[in-house]
Write a protein that binds this ligand. Structure first.
Ligand SMILES: *Cc1c(COP(=O)(O)O)cnc(C)c1O
Length: 397
């Protein structure tokens, strides 16, 4: 049977030789996954990351990344989603039902706050924002408690052990946003092995956009669990939401993972140096960084091991420097980009007006806050840049 060129090219018989071995994981892309024959098509396929059915549900490349993230987080199961925000919405949508209440720390990642305030009420879900430094009051209809360690922008470190233990005692599901710890600073499932065995979160999610990618080029998230039934529930929601991934993005995260512990440690070291130095500057009223004594929740950070810390710190400028002067300072920085996300190669600085973003009192009164995210540049160069920009701050006074 002679075939035309298009048919021949699509149904080409050549198959590459078996036995290809290399360090990177090959990139497998598909919408259509082919079945051998109709018997193969009719075979039941559990949706458990062990078989292939449709490209949306996973390919060898994404299954490999999911397995590696599960290992990183000390989890049994991992679902990948197209952004860190999708990893925030998935647990809330999967776990909560009409009549349920969700508790969210007041310093939660902003988009989680908006989801909770403006979206979940449409589904009959109520919420309370709680002080992350204390164990929240738990009620009969409290069905999900979010934790974020450290919290966003003001970086208070929550009472992880106390809150997780209280929830566990009442059988309330807990979800930890572990983007800051990245699976390296502490184990979200067992925060302090040895001293507090078995005290852990039920769900640990991460914005893979940050450290695991490390390149400021990919958006992705992960949702990890140890419990099979909870995983099945999340997986069910995952399928209905149609969360697919670009396999080239998966490849980039796989490529970023091996260097992540080195990047995390290097950025941690420079961030602590700069945070301590900033705390001693005459222009600065407060510096927030969980490893600095006196920073809110420092003792809770010590209680979960006091080991690693992410590349973030926030500085509150003395109230005599107004918002416009602080903007002038940020504009004068030459090595710091102005932009969101973090844990990439370039350092970033963003001024925040915190006056309308919280329900509960802020951990500081007055003064404009700048959040610094430290990249991979030389610490001495970053410090010199900040020092020079502080002159602009004083001059704008
Ligand atoms: C960045 C971030 C997210 C969201 O990640 P995206 O990939 O940007 O959607 C969620 N939680 C925390 C704590 C983050 O820093």
């Amino acid at each position: 049977m002679t075939r035309g060129p298009a048919t021949t090219l699509i149904h080409h018989p050549y198959r590459a030789p078996e036995g290809w071995e290399a360090v990177p994981v090959p990139v497998a892309k598909a919408s259509t996954v082919l079945f051998k024959d109709t018997a193969d098509l009719h075979k039941p396929r559990p949706r458990d990351g062990l078989s292939y059915r449709y490209g949306l549900h996973g390919t060898p490349t994404s299954y490999t990344l999911a397995a590696r993230i599960a290992t990183l987080e000390h989890a049994e199961h991992c679902l990948l989603v197209p952004s860190g925000l999708a990893a925030v919405t998935l647990p809330s949508l999967a776990v909560l039902r009409p009549g349920d209440e969700v508790l969210v720390p007041d310093n939660v990642y902003g988009q989680n706050r908006y989801l909770t305030e403006s979206w979940l009420p449409q589904w009959g879900v109520t919420h309370r924002f709680y002080d992350p430094l204390t164990v929240p009051e738990l009620r009969d209809n409290t069905k999900l408690v979010w934790l974020e360690a450290a919290g966003s922008i003001t970086l208070e470190f929550p009472d992880l052990l106390g809150t997780l233990a209280a929830c566990r005692a009442r059988g309330i599901t807990t979800a930890l946003d572990n983007t800051w710890g990245a699976g390296l600073a502490f184990n979200g499932f067992e925060p302090a092995p040895g001293t507090h065995p078995g005290l852990g979160a039920d769900i640990v999610m991460q914005a893979l956009t940050k450290y695991p990618s490390g390149g400021a080029d990919v958006l992705m998230g992960s949702v990890c669990t140890r419990d099979r039934r909870l995983h099945d529930r999340l997986n069910h929601a995952h399928e209905h939401l149609g969360y697919g991934l670009g396999q080239n993005d998966v490849e980039l995260v796989l490529r970023g993972l091996p260097t992540m512990p080195l990047r995390y440690a290097a950025q941690d070291r420079v961030t602590r140096e700069l945070a301590s130095w900033m705390a001693g500057r005459p222009e600065v009223a407060r510096v927030f960084h969980p490893a600095l004594p006196g920073s809110p929740g420092h003792e809770h950070w010590l209680a979960v091991g006091g080991a690693g810390a992410a590349c973030l710190f926030s500085a509150v400028f003395k109230p005599e420097y107004g918002a416009a002067q602080v903007d002038a300072f940020v504009d004068a920085l030459q090595l710091f980009g102005i932009g969101y996300s973090w844990a990439g190669p370039m350092s970033l600085a963003v001024p925040y007006d915190m006056s309308r973003s919280r329900d509960l009192p802020l951990p500081f009164d007055g003064g404009t806050l700048v959040r610094f995210a430290i990249g991979l540049e030389e610490g001495a160069d970053l410090r010199a840049d900040i020092e020079r920009a502080l002159e602009s701050l004083r001059m704008a006074a």
